[in-house]
Design a protein around this ligand. Structure first.
Ligand SMILES: [Zn+2]
Length: 579
């Protein structure tokens, strides 16, 4: 009790500090003036268990899309009431009152497909996203190298040759003159290709020259049969497995940074797509130490050891709903950018290439069976129309075998479909877990890969919704940026943040704002079996909500990407405040 009171008092002081700064006053809701009844009392006598936020524009995101102007929650982190300001002020005079001066509140956002651990790791590496040339990559690598010890690998991720003047894969030679001795290993933006310098290639435990290829992967080679430095999908492990592990100190610091970044952007939860036992234990330790201000719904990394371990233990459901693990992440194919997505017909820009299947369909079904027999949910990465069809076929068969399994199985990305497969999501009650910014990142080149007919069934959010399917939205960070406002903006406009193309890219597939925000709140909660505790602001649910500087439902759609999160509340505690 004392601890709680002091936390709330710090909060009062802290928020008042913000208001005093004139430069920030405009953007900062005027919060908390302790009601006169309690203002003069010593902390131990103050009635601070209940907090009433009023004079707010609250979108509860419940099924009926209700609005309210006041919300009451208590120090256990549960919402008591959501309703009209006048009645609630009269009914709860002893609560701590916070006047939001008309600012907008929506539920805390949930990213239904991302990689929290991956974000933490990426923050310990060079960020190569949005580099305009190989020269800029090398410049950023030189900056990163300053933090490294002798012998450390220089790691990076986020490069995309489609952003460069010469839109071809780079080679080891491009890196060797700057980094002749230190191994350099750089993952492509989609995570489906790696770029190594010669020092890193030399670390591989197999000779990469010749004409052999690994299962589900591709080694790019020059005319002499020497590896050129680009390894795709199943070939990446040849170098990746020789990269030494990150130090525990750097990992803890990077995880704190990653969670802080999520909170500052309004994310109170994330579905972490594919972690192993050691990461689950890392999260558990943080929860025990009181250093895990987020909610993670975790998927195992495949149907191997982690699933065996979890299946034996039973689904993990940690304290305060901060960490739940009862789902399995699988892959059927690769990504479109590196032509690893499995298509039913040739790539339009490379005849004879239909992409890569990571396993035969029978193996996929066997993995589904194993996961469903444990009572778990499956989420399967499928990008190409062939990959998606095989996943739907295998799900159809496995779901029939396990009628006791609670279901809500998911296709992750569900990116390129066919007219025939779109209705199958609703028929099978399979969730399409999609990432709107993938469309706006890929729209510049994806039609080259797919051609004008297939592209009509790509990123087909509206067609899926209209067919009766459920969507859950996310970002796939760190593949895309963490900011969920960019996802909502992309879903609503199908434009980039500069407004291109006019009217939107294949605008018939746009979502409206309510659908887009629901995809990041209640629908994301549903996709993680959490819709009874989070995802909307209703009495009995957890007080996870965010305060926005603009009304997301009323401003021009183009402005949605500029929305700033002023405050983030988790379990009724202020965990982020705009500086
Ligand atoms: Zn992913």
């Amino acid at each position: 009790m004392f601890k709680k009171i002091s936390i709330l008092f710090t909060l009062v002081l802290c928020v008042s500090c913000n208001v005093e700064s004139p430069s920030q006053a405009e953007n900062t809701p005027n919060v908390i003036s302790p009601p006169q009844e309690t203002a003069g009392l010593a902390p131990e006598h103050a009635q601070l268990e209940k907090t009433l936020i009023h004079n707010a524009k609250i979108y509860t995101m419940d099924i009926g899309f209700s609005t309210a102007d006041a919300i009451l929650f208590d120090s256990s982190g549960r919402i008591h009431n959501v309703g009209g300001e006048q009645a609630m002020l009269e009914a709860f005079p002893d609560a701590m009152h916070i006047d939001l001066r008309g600012k907008t509140i929506i539920p805390g956002l949930i990213d239904s497909h991302a990689h929290l651990y991956g974000l933490a790791l990426s923050l310990s590496q060079a960020q190569l996203r949005d580099t305009a040339s190989v020269e800029e990559v090398i410049q950023r690598l030189r900056e990163q190298e300053q933090h490294l010890a002798e012998g450390d690998w220089l790691l990076g991720r986020g490069w995309d040759q489609n952003d460069w003047p010469v839109k071809e894969f780079p080679s080891s030679a491009d890196l060797d003159s700057a980094f002749p001795d230190r191994p350099v290993w750089l993952r492509r933006i989609d995570g489906h290709a790696g770029w190594a310098n010669s020092a890193a290639l030399a670390m591989a435990d197999q000779d990469l020259s010749g004409d052999w290829q690994p299962q589900g992967g591709f080694i790019h080679r020059d005319a002499d049969g020497q590896a050129s430095g680009i390894l795709v999908d199943g070939a990446m492990g040849l170098v990746a497995k020789t990269v030494p592990e990150i130090s525990p100190e750097l990992l803890q610091a990077s995880l704190s940074l990653a969670i802080q970044q999520m909170l500052s952007l309004g994310l109170t939860g994330v579905h972490d797509m594919g972690i192993d036992q050691s990461v689950l234990e890392l999260y558990q330790q943080r929860i025990e130490a009181g250093q895990f201000p987020t909610r993670v719904y975790a998927f195992t990394d495949g149907a191997g050891e982690t699933l065996d371990w979890l299946c034996k233990k039973g689904a993990y459901d940690g304290p305060s709903g901060r960490l739940v693990m009862r789902a399995v992440k699988l892959y059927i194919d690769g990504a479109m950018g590196s032509r690893g997505a499995a298509l039913l017909a040739d790539y339009s820009d490379e005849s004879g290439n239909t992409g890569l299947l990571f396993m035969p369909p029978g193996d996929l079904e066997a993995k589904f069976d194993k996961a469903m027999a444990c009572g778990f949910q499956v989420g399967v990465h499928a990008i190409g129309d062939h990959g998606n069809r095989l996943v739907l076929d295998a799900l159809e068969s496995s779901i029939r075998k396990f009628p006791e399994n609670p279901g809500r199985h998911r296709v992750e990305h569900a990116q390129t479909l066919t007219a025939a497969d779109i209705p199958r999501f609703a028929e099978l009650d399979v969730i399409a877990a999609m990432q709107p910014t993938h469309a706006t990142s890929d729209m510049y080149w994806v039609e080259d890969r797919l051609g004008p007919d297939r592209v009509l069934y790509a990123y087909a959010w509206r067609s899926l919704l209209d067919s009766g399917a459920r969507l859950a939205l996310g970002s796939d960070f760190p593949v895309e940026k963490v900011n969920p406002m960019l996802g909502i903006h992309a879903a609503v406009t199908r434009q980039d943040t500069k407004g291109w193309p006019p009217g939107g890219w294949y605008p018939q597939e746009k979502l409206n704002r309510e659908e887009a925000v629901r995809g990041f709140t209640l629908d994301a909660a549903y996709a993680g079996f959490m819709e009874n505790s989070v995802g909307s602001l209703e009495s009995g649910k957890r007080a996870d909500f965010i305060v926005l500087d603009q009304n997301i439902f009323e401003i021009e759609p183009a402005r949605i990407a500029t929305i700033k999160v002023l405050q983030t509340w988790l379990d009724g505690e202020l965990v982020y405040s705009y500086p």
